[in-house]
Structure formats: structure tokens, C-alpha cells
Design a protein around this ligand. Structure first.
Ligand code: ATP
Ligand code: MG
Ligand code: MG
Ligand code: MG
Length: 351
């Protein structure tokens, strides 16, 4: 029997366009012999449109806006379209950032009661908030980049005091990052104190809380993880950005913005250490299904540090996440099958 699955994509997020690419890849690679596919496009304003008789011939999915194709959600029942509950037994939420990757959507899907791919509400939220993720990891004894967090209202109340606090605590260069963005949206590297206030103002445009960290002189290593309670890792990848850091342009605009090195050249010990930390970091945050864990390998001290975890990483067939799985023989379509399996069952405790 074929499975009826829906792909949710787009979203009310700074990473809306990234999702159109990821979801297009997922749609093209889901095995049509196993799955009937429905598409639901979510606009930047947050409206959900059923994509009737969609076509997907390009690299990027479109969202056709037609007021007669708005869908509604029925708690406990599912997704309603034109007065009928759609026959959908599984959802692939292929959305990045706010209202897709941050737990809000996952809570909603729990309430409408359709199983879905990836982490639940709790794991999604903890992973998305870089401060909470790091607090949990520190508690587990996992290595993280030192940080402080600043709330927007304290900054607005007294920007000069916040500036002084940061200058007393850190040597430049530092990184200023909204706690809950992705794709480097709102992230800046700050080389001197005179650039701090504009960087903080910019970051606070995206979030109510901002992290300050020392800039680590590091190689950037990424690890794909799949599974539920007994997660598996794959060969590691390295990102070598040609920009000052791995910013939005290097990720999506500049075709020469970064080199993806697969597999990363590392010693056996380094590989084992990184994979072990990745598994522990995934379990600590209660991730399910799949995630990509991002690391720094400090060039000066050779130490490994967790940077962050992404519960819905860039998900095209040429994204780091899927290429690391493919490197070890798990091709993209089979990866989607696994993620489907890991998402089955209410508490997803099986694997
Ligand atoms: P993603 O697209 O991976 O979800 P993100 O927006 O969640 O990205 P980070 O991965 O935390 O943000 O940071 C983006 C990039 O900024 C990193 O890949 C790295 O190049 C740089 N960076 C962030 N923090 C630091 C740091 N403390 N030291 C050095 N570089 C950093
Ligand atoms: Mg991230
Ligand atoms: Mg991300
Ligand atoms: Mg990252």
C-alpha cells in the first residue's frame, strides 16, 4: 500500500527561499512507487495553500496562491481541504527557521495528530535556541564555545551599559548572533568595539535574544546524524568558506562562497571524538529523525567544540547533510525512506 505524505514548505521565515530548494529536492527524490505526494505551500505571511496538480520541474518549488485553495486544520483529525479531511498519513515539514524548525509547527502537528519527520516540539525548540542548546550541552559536559546572551529589552534600556559589559568580558574579534536564526541570518563577526553597536542592532532585528561569543580560529566540521534513541553518524564534512565567515552569501548566493570537503581530512581520533560528541549532543537535545551538528575544530589548540545543531538542515541532494549520508552509501531516496520510518509511531521510540 502506498503512503500518503504531505510536504510542507516555504514558511514564515527568513529562510523561506532555502525551503523552496530543499522541498523541491525532497519531492523529486521521494520514491513515487511508495508515496503519493501532496504539497502544501506556506507563504511568507504564513498562509497555507494546497498545491493542486503541482509541477516540479525546476530546482525550486513555487507556491500558487489561490484563495479557494486555503486549507484548514482540524485538531485530532488532520488537514481539511474543500470540506474534506485529506488522506494524509505522514508529513515532511521541509521548512527552515521560524514557524517550521523551531517547534511551533511540531506542536501544531501533534495537535492535529499526524506523524511527521524529524524532531518533536521539545527537541526542535531546544535546538533552535542556541543559548538553551548550549546550556543543556554544558550540563552534559560537552564542549561548547563560551558565550553570554543578551535580551533585547536590556539592550534597548541601556545600550552603552551592554556595550561596556561585552567589552569587559571579550577580546575582539567576536561573533554576534540572534539565538534562533539559521543560514547565518543576522550573524556578524565584529572585529573592533566601534562595530559592536550596529551588529547588536542588526541581530536584534531578528530576535529578542542575542549570543555573544569569541570568534574561534577554527576549521568548520559538520556531522549528519539520523535515528531516534540510538542515532547513527556518517563520514564528516568540512566547510571552507572563502568569505570572512560562512555567511548567507557564501551559503546561497556566491557559487564560490565555500568549498565542501567530503570527507573531511581528520585523524581517526578526531573523527571518533567528533562523532561521539555529535551523538551525545543529539540525544541531549532530544532530537529525532535527523539533524546536522556543526562543530569548530580550533586551529590553535586542536580542541573540538560544538557550535550548534540544526534539526532541519539544508536538505537538497547537494546539501552537506545528504551528501555526508550518500558518502557512506545511503543515497538521498533511501535517506528519505529512513526519515519516514523514524517518524512513525506516536513517541518515535522504536529505533
Ligand atoms: P546554519 O545555516 O548552519 O543553521 P546559523 O545561522 O545557525 O547557521 P551558525 O552556524 O551558528 O549560524 O553560524 C554561522 C557561521 O558563522 C558559522 O558557520 C561560522 O562560519 C561563523 N561563526 C559563528 N559563530 C562563530 C564563532 N564563535 N567563531 C567563529 N566563527 C563563528
Ligand atoms: Mg543553525
Ligand atoms: Mg539552520
Ligand atoms: Mg551552522
Amino acid at each position: 500500500k502506498k503512503h500518503n505524505v504531505a510536504i510542507l514548505y516555504g514558511g514564515k521565515s527568513g529562510e523561506h527561499d532555502v525551503s523552496l530548494l530543499s522541498a523541491s529536492s525532497v519531492e523529486r527524490h521521494l520514491d513515487k512507487k511508495k508515496y503519493n505526494i501532496h504539497l502544501i505551500g506556506i507563504t511568507l505571511e504564513g498562509l497555507w495553500y494546497y498545491q493542486h496538480n503541482y509541477t516540479n520541474s525546476s530546482q525550486s518549488l513555487e507556491i500558487v496562491r489561490d484563495e479557494s485553495k486555503l486549507i484548514s486544520l482540524i485538531p485530532g483529525k488532520g488537514i481539511m481541504y474543500h470540506g474534506q479531511i485529506l488522506d494524509i498519513d505522514f508529513i515532511f515539514p521541509i521548512l527552515h527557521g521560524t514557524f517550521g524548525e523551531d517547534g511551533t509547527l511540531q506542536g501544531l502537528l501533534d495537535i492535529i495528530d499526524i506523524p511527521y519527520a524529524g524532531s518533536g516540539m521539545e527537541g526542535s525548540f531546544m535546538a533552535m535556541d542556541k543559548e538553551y542548546a548550549k546550556i543543556v550541552w554544558e550540563k552534559e559536559g560537552l564542549p561548547v564555545v563560551p558565550f553570554i546572551s543578551i535580551k533585547k529589552h536590556t539592550f534597548i534600556d541601556n545600550p552603552n551599559e551592554i556595550e561596556k559589559q561585552i567589552n569587559n568580558k571579550f577580546n575582539y574579534p567576536i561573533f554576534v548572533k540572534p539565538v534562533k536564526t539559521g543560514s547565518s541570518v543576522g550573524v556578524s563577526r565584529v572585529d573592533s568595539s566601534d562595530k559592536l553597536l550596529p551588529a547588536l542592532k542588526n541581530a536584534f532585528n531578528y530576535d529578542h535574544k542575542v549570543l555573544i561569543e569569541p570568534a574561534i580560529n577554527a576549521r568548520e566540521i559538520e556531522c549528519s546524524v539520523i535515528g531516534n534513541n540510538y542515532p547513527k553518524t556518517f563520514s564528516l564534512g568540512e566547510i571552507a568558506p572563502s568569505h570572512e565567515f560562512y555567511d548567507y552569501e557564501a551559503k546561497y548566493i556566491d557559487p564560490n562562497g565555500a568549498k565542501l570537503i567530503i570527507p573531511a581530512i581528520l585523524t581517526e581520533n578526531q573523527k571518533e571524538e567528533i562523532k561521539e560528541i555529535a551523538r551525545k549532543a543529539y540525544i541531549a537535545i532530544n532530537c529525532k529523525g535527523f539533524s546536522r551538528v556543526d562543530f569548530f575544530l580550533d586551529i590553535d589548540t586542536n580542541s573540538v567544540m560544538l557550535n550548534e545543531i540544526n534539526t532541519i538542515p539544508g536538505f537538497t541532494n547537494v546539501s552537506m547533510f545528504s551528501m555526508l549520508c550518500a558518502e557512506d552509501g545511503l543515497n538521498y531516496s533511501d535517506l528519505l525512506d529512513k526519515i519516514f520510518e523514524y517518524g512513525q509511531g506516536k513517541y518515535r521510540e522504536q529505533q
